[in-house]
Design a protein around this ligand. Structure first.
Ligand code: ZN
Length: 160
């Protein structure tokens, strides 16, 4: 915003004997996704939803977990079916700068087939009136040139 005052140019303020220094932080950084890196790479490069399965109890996790919280063993990668059902949903009317979705948009819990837990994801129904818990949905992906390897690269639409 060009008219915005840069706080670093403002004088200090005093409050109860303390000098308060107006300042601004802008922090760009790279966060390693570590053992879960494959999830983000497959999403960006191949539009695949990768989960993990516990070899001991068979639980399938999506979002993926590197280890099973019941068995304390390392999980193995599995490709998830891009289908599931809505568990909860709601309309979002506030804009978040990182969202590429215009407000209002819909968001909900989606339990992928075979997964132990639902995840919160963007819903893009042609007609929002059809949304309900239990509605079968399928994943759709942004085109390759728009995918960034973040979870907003995909969304769910009602299954035909
Ligand atoms: Zn397990």
């Amino acid at each position: 915003m060009p008219d915005e005052i840069d706080p670093r140019l403002e004088p200090i303020r005093e409050k109860e004997g303390a000098a308060l220094m107006p300042d601004r932080w802008k922090v760009d950084y790279l966060a390693s996704m570590g053992e879960l890196s494959r999830f983000y790479i497959e999403l960006k490069e191949n539009a695949r939803l990768m989960g993990t399965r516990c070899p001991a109890c068979g639980s399938v996790y999506f979002w993926p977990r590197s280890w099973c919280h019941d068995c304390y063993v390392d999980c193995e990668w599995v490709e998830m079916p891009p289908r599931g059902t809505i568990t909860i949903f709601g309309r979002v009317d506030i804009s978040l700068s990182e969202m590429r979705t215009e407000v209002p948009f819909y968001q909900g819990g989606v339990l992928l087939e075979g997964a132990r837990y639902p995840v919160i994801a963007i819903l893009k129904p042609a007609d929002p009136a059809v949304l309900r818990a239990g509605l079968p949905v399928q994943a759709e992906f942004l085109p390759p040139e728009e995918r960034t390897g973040r979870t907003r690269d995909f969304y769910f639409v009602p299954e035909e």
